[in-house]
Design a protein around this ligand. Structure first.
Ligand code: KIV
Ligand code: ZN
Length: 405
């Protein structure tokens, strides 16, 4: 089975979004965690952007030993020089050169012709490759670029020494079908050249993960993503969603990753702790509700066999524990299990009385806390007739009445 390389850009594309800036020390902490988690490439920053960014890239490059460390550079000599300086301490450096290839960017942002951009890309990729062991080229706004021109650019970048070609959906505009088709076309043009194609998707239409997976199905063997899906505007494809989708549906995608799934939750929490920005509770994989169950039917299924409502276990991702949330949709079985977990087991009529009280409270309040549950359980035990707490009285009554349910 092929290995899909995970290129983490939390420290670059993620960090450049509002509210997510990090100090060099925080970047090092996160980079070490990403390395331990199994990211194949860690993009540490954009060294030409500021002296601070250059220092941070140097610091990360000096610390990470296993993963490759990448630094971003526009296709300009000063940018590539800054990236090379940032990567000096790296054990496995990668210069990541980019230039936009869509007409809208060429005309309005770069004020360049297609021919000028093509020359500059070839010159700067060659310049970088003469000074670094590995060069990736990104055709910014690839998904809105003319397909023929994009193919010409990709070929020129490869002939100049790039071994990884990234085709970003920079503005999150593509659909899975379109994005996959672009990868198929470029893969055909570059066949036999030993090039790794890379996907880099933004989430403006909420399609970043779906588009990345469509690229993988079309032959991409690197995906660029961020922890918690942070990044420009609506964010980048979320690393944890991609890694778990690939693991859960490996038979569908025919690839594996080097990500240690059990480190995913801790990595997500570390980013939250560093930036102070929490993930929404319903976020896939790492949200607080990702493994919480409130509906009675779901809770009953989970208690009988977790596979009924979970496609991967929380333990496999390092999530502390599955939560059975007690609310107005919960059933008696879940309440019995929760009382047991809280050290206050109840059965029979006592459980029934407590259940009624919990449901009344749940109707009034949004959630029922463990404190509420304990208060209700202790009171129920106190007022229960002798022997009723564990259901003996109820069972005896039922037996006398002619049988057990
Ligand atoms: O979104 C994008 O196109 C980028 C490139 C610089 C890779 O972030
Ligand atoms: Zn991006």
């Amino acid at each position: 089975m092929d290995t899909l390389r995970i290129f983490d850009t939390t420290l670059r594309d993620g960090e450049q979004s509002p509210g997510f800036s990090m100090t060099p020390e925080e970047k090092i902490r996160l980079a070490e965690q990403l390395d331990e988690m199994g990211a194949d490439v860690i993009e540490a920053g954009f060294p030409i952007a500021s002296a601070g960014d250059l220092d941070a890239v140097r610091a990360v490059a000096g610390r990470v030993r296993r993963a490759r460390v990448a630094a971003l550079a526009r296709a300009a000599q000063a940018d590539v020089d800054a990236a090379l300086r940032g990567l000096e301490p790296a054990a496995r450096p990668r210069v990541h050169v980019f230039l936009a290839t869509s007409d809208i960017h060429l005309e309005h942002k770069l004020r360049m012709s297609r021919g000028q951009a093509l020359d500059q890309i070839a010159r700067m990729v060659r310049y970088a490759r003469e000074r670094a062991p590995e060069v990736e080229f990104s055709a910014e706004d690839a998904s809105r670029s003319d397909p023929e021109y994009l193919a010409e650019v990709a070929l020129a970048a490869v002939e100049a020494g790039a071994t990884i070609i990234n085709l970003p959906d920079t503005v999150g505009y593509s659909t899975p079908e379109e994005y996959g088709a672009m990868f198929r076309r470029i893969a055909e043009k570059l066949a036999g050249r030993g090039v790794v194609l890379s996907a880099h998707c933004h989430n403006d239409l909420g399609l970043a993960v779906a588009n990345s997976l469509a690229a993988v199905a079309a032959g991409a063997r690197q995906v660029e993503c961020t922890i918690n899906g942070i990044g420009e505007r609506a964010g980048n494809a979320s690393l944890e969603e991609l890694a778990v989708a690939i693991a859960v549906r490996s038979e569908r995608f025919g690839v594996r990753t080097n990500v240690k799934l059990e480190k995913i939750y801790a990595t997500s929490r570390l980013l939250t702790e560093i930036t102070g920005v929490a993930v929404p509770p319903n976020k896939a994989v790492v949200g607080a509700n990702a493994f919480a169950h409130e509906a009675g039917i779901h809770q009953d299924g989970i208690l009988k066999n977790p596979l009924t409502y979970e496609i991967i276990s929380p333990e496999a991702l390092g999530v502390p524990a599955r939560r059975l949330v007690i609310g107005k949709h919960s059933g008696r079985n879940a309440l019995r299990a929760r009382f047991e977990e809280l050290g206050c087991p109840l059965e029979g009529e006592t459980l029934q009385d407590a259940y009624r009280e919990v449901m009344e409270l749940a109707d009034r309040a949004k959630t029922v806390s463990d404190r509420d549950l304990l208060r209700i359980a202790i009171r129920a035990r106190r007022i229960a007739p002798p022997g009723a707490v564990h259901g003996e009285a109820a069972e005896a009554k039922q037996a006398a009445a002619g049988g057990m349910a």
